[in-house]
Design a protein around this ligand. Structure first.
Ligand SMILES: [Fe+2]
Length: 295
């Protein structure tokens, strides 16, 4: 396989003064939008990346690249931020040599949502959202997929079980501060974002976020309970970040295809004594033509 390219490490979140993290440095990975099961949209947008194989092969490139990292950078686990295409991702995911923690994307609706739940019963037995701890860091997976098949994300929806995800998040973040990483499919709107933009579904510039009410709620949580790191996907664009008060949000590039001919890849995060740092691992570039926006 083509050798993956790693961007430089950059600090994303610095722990508050007075907080002491005593664990050894460790890393985790985050992958979004592998779209392993082809849809008309992913076929169309994925055409420039076909020389890299299908969606499952492009997902496999991420896991292969993790194995090629220096030993100290190999991730302890992988967060999978939705739009997985579980029907065709299963072989890659069951062959992964590290634990995988998924949440649903908007393409995981109906039977596909059930299949995802069935693949990871230990995670989804109590619902579509969950939290776990690793080496003193709390990791919180939020379901923003609503009933699915809707590019606008939702945290409060009858399609997310059990009801009360927002209240659960509030309780989960209560108590003494500790390092926390949130991950979900749809990002909140950055503070100051033009809120009319998401109404213009036919616009060339359309970028899908959480619905306004849920977006405000999540931004408020990150402002009040931070510093936290929030990881999101869904937009198929070059990875970008924005500060939310003391917290930091990152919207990740897809591992399958991206708008504007951007490279595909995944994220590495490293936790050490000072905070959380990030670097991207780029696993491929388009081989012909450019992806077109929309869809
Ligand atoms: Fe999506």
């Amino acid at each position: 396989m083509m050798r993956a390219i790693a961007t430089p490490w950059r600090e994303a979140v610095r722990f508050p003064r007075g907080f002491r993290y005593d664990g050894k440095p460790w890393t985790a990975a985050a992958i979004t939008d592998p779209h392993c099961t082809p849809t008309p949209s992913s076929i169309r947008h994925g055409r420039p990346y076909e020389h890299l194989g299908d969606g499952a092969a492009r997902l496999a490139r991420c896991f292969d690249a993790m194995c090629e990292l220096p030993e100290g950078e190999r991730p302890a686990f992988v967060l999978l931020l939705g739009d997985i295409g579980v029907a065709d991702a299963e072989a890659v995911l069951t062959g992964a040599r590290r634990p995988v923690y998924p949440v649903a994307g908007n393409y995981e609706d109906g039977e596909l949502r059930d299949r995802l739940r069935a693949m990871y019963p230990h995670l989804f037995e109590t619902g579509d959202y969950y939290a776990f701890d690793h080496a003193g860091v709390r990791v919180v997976g939020l379901c923003s997929a609503g009933v699915g098949n809707d590019h606008v994300g939702h945290l409060a929806s009858e399609g997310i079980r059990p009801p009360g995800q927002s209240e659960w998040l509030g309780h989960t973040l209560d108590g003494p501060w500790r390092p926390t990483v949130l991950f979900s499919h749809c990002p909140p709107m950055p503070p100051g974002f033009d809120r009319d933009a998401y109404l213009e579904r036919s616009s060339h510039e359309y970028v899908p976020f959480l619905a306004d009410n849920d977006s405000r709620f999540l931004i408020s949580m990150m402002e009040r309970r931070g510093p936290l790191l929030g990881l999101f996907g869904h937009q198929h664009r070059a990875t970008y970040g924005f500060d939310v008060g003391p917290s930091h949000a990152l919207v990740l590039r897809s591992s399958n295809w991206n708008h504007d001919g951007e490279a595909i890849g995944f994220l590495l995060l490293r936790i050490d004594r000072t905070g959380i740092s990030l670097r991207e691992i780029l696993t491929g570039t388009p081989g012909g033509g450019r992806a077109t926006p929309g869809g």
